[in-house]
Design a binder for this molecule. Structure first.
Ligand code: BGC
Length: 469
């Protein structure tokens, strides 16, 4: 019996053990939701607490905002652009006018991006005519020695900057028109590069004729090409330097004149060949080195009044930021005495564009143009910082290697930014890809205004998209 009893006890104990083990899994399951409940409950409480804290924090923020509002807005706030959305901030396109690079038609959507959008450039056609006239005047004045090989033909070569840039197109047309070598196409002079035309058979140009003194010369465009390097950069001075070597070895003393769409390329050709061979070379931009070279035989250049353009680029932004008449310090004298006249620029309302006027720079007047980076006297007066507080401007240059923008325009901007109390961030592109620049417009909210110089005149949309976000 004892045995039976102890057996029963053992069985009972085993049963108890099994029961004790088995339920051990179940409670976990039931306990688990409990645990969740427990954590949920405090969460709700926490949330309530957080909310209370948030409200407090918000209240505090509101208080300090109100305090700030009472004061002059702080610098950082301005850097944030205050409450102004990027799409409503002042915007100036400059040097490369938003337009279709094949037809030249203006991109009015870009020019009207908002009611604070303008273009600043110069009168391309007036300048192009001046350049053409300057070459003709030179021929007239040097009729006796201009024809180097005495064959009765004045041969010239032409360096083209960018076949899709309206300034470049205008200059090619201007030279061809003045020299009588232009061919009409769709109501305008064809600006297509001729390649080589030593035999006079090209279809995009024809032989012209000029009477100088008692002589009548045939004028022939021996060669012309767009100076674009392998990577795609246009207006490329090094390419022009190489081209003149090739042309000189092919045409030799048939070349009587070298014409260039700008000074950067013109100087590369002058230094590489024409200076030594005493062949008059004509450029455009009145960069300091080209003006100085007139003393050594450089034929002449055109000032596109960069001192007026750089001023207008920043002045228009300044006025829009100050919320005053956009023509303050332009056609209307400002409180510091700055004002321009209509011999300096013209404004075309339908194109939302300010155009500086050009001046010819020749052996007669070059001494007045030796430093191209000096602010223009009538608009070189410092603005008062109290009335015109410091603002932040984002500004880019399509190609940091561009001679005109780098050696003339940017130094001028850097003089005017101080006079106008603008803190300008200068961004230099590679002249080939728009994204190289747009990538560096990552945080437009940091700026109060923008000045844009596109790589390609068709690309305004890529900037507008960023500013619209
Ligand atoms: C200038 C050129 C320059 C180009 C750049 C033109 O207006 O005359 O020298 O390379 O602009 O866009």
């Amino acid at each position: 019996m004892k045995k039976i009893m102890s057996l029963l006890v053992v069985i009972a104990l085993m049963a108890a053990f099994i029961v004790g083990c088995a339920p051990a899994n179940t409670p976990e399951k039931t306990e688990a939701p409990k645990a969740e409940e427990k954590t949920e409950a405090p969460k709700a409480e926490e949330k309530a607490d957080e909310k209370a804290e948030e409200t407090k924090a918000e209240e505090k923020a509101d208080e300090s905002k109100a305090e700030e509002k009472a004061d002059e807005p702080k610098a950082e706030e301005k850097a944030d652009g205050g409450e102004v959305a990027n799409k409503d901030k002042p915007l100036v396109w400059y040097n490369r006018q938003p337009s279709n690079s094949s037809t030249g038609e203006l991109d009015m959507e870009a020019l009207n991006f908002n009611d604070k959008t303008y273009y600043v450039g110069f009168d391309a056609n007036q300048g192009a005519e001046l350049q053409g006239q300057m070459v003709v005047d030179y021929i007239m004045a040097h009729a006796d020695e201009i024809d180097r090989n005495g064959d009765g033909t004045i041969g010239y070569v032409l360096a083209i900057g960018d076949i899709g840039h309206n300034d470049s197109i205008a200059r090619t047309r201007g030279a061809r028109k003045a020299l009588g070598t232009g061919v009409e196409k769709d109501g305008a002079i064809d600006s297509t590069p001729a390649g080589t035309n030593v035999d006079g058979k090209a279809t995009v140009v024809k032989d012209g004729e000029i009477k100088a003194g008692d002589k009548t010369f045939v004028v022939r465009e021996l060669a012309s090409q767009e100076m674009k390097n392998a990577a795609g950069a246009t207006w490329d001075a090094a390419t022009a330097g190489n081209a003149i070597s090739t042309w000189a070895s092919t045409f030799g003393d048939q070349i009587d004149i070298v014409v260039s769409n700008n000074d950067g390329m013109g100087m590369a050709m002058f230094n590489g060949w024409s200076k030594e061979n005493k062949v008059p070379t004509f450029g455009y931009d009145a960069n300091s080195d080209a003006v100085a070279a007139i003393a050594d035989g450089f034929g002449g250049t055109i000032s596109q009044h960069a001192d007026v353009q750089a001023y207008l680029t920043l002045r228009v932004l300044r006025n829009l930021l100050d919320n005053v008449d956009v023509n303050t310090g332009i056609s209307i004298k400002d409180d510091a005495g700055n004002v321009l006249t209509d011999t300096d620029y013209k404004y075309v309302e339908a194109e939302r564009s300010y155009y500086a006027l050009n001046l010819a720079v020749t052996s007669e007047n070059y001494k007045d143009f030796l430093d191209s980076t000096v602010p223009y006297k009538p608009v070189a007066n410092q603005l008062d910082e109290k009335a015109h507080p410091m603002k932040n401007v984002w500004l880019n240059i399509y190609n940091s290697a561009d001679n005109f923008l780098g050696s003339t325009y940017q130094p001028l901007l850097q003089n005017y930014d101080k006079l106008l109390n603008l803190k300008v961030e200068y961004i230099g592109g590679d002249g080939q890809t728009e994204s190289n620049i747009t990538n560096r417009l990552g945080n437009p909210s940091q700026y109060d205004a923008f000045a844009i110089n596109m790589v390609k005149t068709d690309n305004a949309a890529s900037y507008m998209e960023i500013l619209k976000k």
